[in-house]
Design a protein around this ligand. Structure first.
Ligand SMILES: O=C(O)c1cc(=O)[nH]c(=O)n1[C@@H]1O[C@H](COP(=O)(O)O)[C@@H](O)[C@H]1O
Length: 281
């Protein structure tokens, strides 16, 4: 594997070898308390590194939620840098969940922060918001291509407030969410075995039969576990795109800590349930 091999190819291989589960690293204050940790930088570090130690050598993807690190300022970001480095060293792909989005000239700065090979927070992929217009993301698309990294673009999010924006219908009759999926399909055209530009499509969103999920890229599916979706919901939501789905579970796994064996067992249970519905698709 070369370091510039595109994210999509690296992800496909990781999903085939380890299964598609993504474990989120979301150090909520309530989880720190539940684990008997203080709500401070030391607690943040202990929590995050424990999750990495428990599963980074076995799951395809981990997704640190930047918000919970930013909460502690520069010292929290320093912990995030360590977590990204250790998780990648253990063999998992790291998707930074920072949901960045801005006018193109500023987006270039965010891209440098996460997608430039020499950046302290360089990661395998970054979540981005296209709601300043898909084209505003182009500096991130360009740098991701150069670095062999990927993006996950918010298309149909798992939260109940998402549809007021994402289901809104444009003057050409297409919904906003469908437009984002079409942009991604164009980005990934011709890429094999899988494009590097994914969509975020919540596992909670219900019937998507009117949406074309065949974007030739990964579909990050948060919502399994604490938000109420289960592995059994995935086939109905994703249909023939199931093979490209990366289900994310954060609190559903994290609530089993701080014991690493219990965290590992929880991740394995989700992985098995997911494999049972995705296997053979
Ligand atoms: O981009 C995301 O990962 C994301 C998009 C979305 O539509 N819904 C969603 O829940 N997420 C993130 O996925 C994680 C879900 O966490 P749990 O609900 O604890 O499994 C959180 O870090 C959310 O910020």
């Amino acid at each position: 594997m070369t370091s510039t091999e595109p994210f999509g190819a690296r992800l496909r291989r990781a999903m085939d070898e380890r299964g598609p589960l993504c474990v989120g690293i979301d150090p909520h204050a309530s989880l720190l308390a539940q684990w008997g940790l203080n709500d401070d930088v030391a607690g943040l570090e202990r929590f995050s590194r424990t999750v990495v130690e428990a599963v980074a050598d076995r799951v395809a993807v981990m997704k640190p939620q930047s918000a919970f690190f930013e909460r502690f300022g520069s010292r929290g970001i320093a912990v995030l840098e360590t977590v990204v480095r250790e998780a990648r060293a253990a063999g998992t792909l790291v998707v930074m969940d920072a949901k960045r989005g801005d006018i193109g000239s500023t987006m270039a700065g965010y891209a440098e922060a996460y997608l430039h090979k020499d950046a302290p927070l360089f990661c395998d992929a970054l979540t981005v918001s296209p709601y300043l217009g898909y084209g505003s993301l182009s500096p991130a698309v360009a740098l991701a291509r150069e670095s062999g990294a990927g993006l996950f673009v918010l298309a149909l999010t798992s939260n109940p407030e998402g549809p007021e924006v994402q289901h809104a219908v444009r003057t050409d009759g297409r919904s906003v969410g469908a437009t984002m999926l079409a942009h991604l399909a164009a980005e990934n055209a011709g890429e094999e075995p899988l494009g590097s530009f994914g969509a975020v499509v919540g596992a909670t969103v219900g019937d998507l039969s009117s949406y074309d999920l065949a974007i030739n890229g990964p579909l990050l599916a948060p919502g399994v576990g604490a938000q109420g979706a289960t592995a059994a919901d995935l086939p109905a939501v994703f249909g023939s795109a199931l093979r490209n789905v990366v289900p994310n579970v954060s609190r559903g796994v994290l609530r089993h800590g701080p014991d690493t064996g219990a965290l590992r067992a929880a991740a394995e249970r989700f992985a098995e349930e997911i494999q049972a519905v995705v296997g053979g698709s």
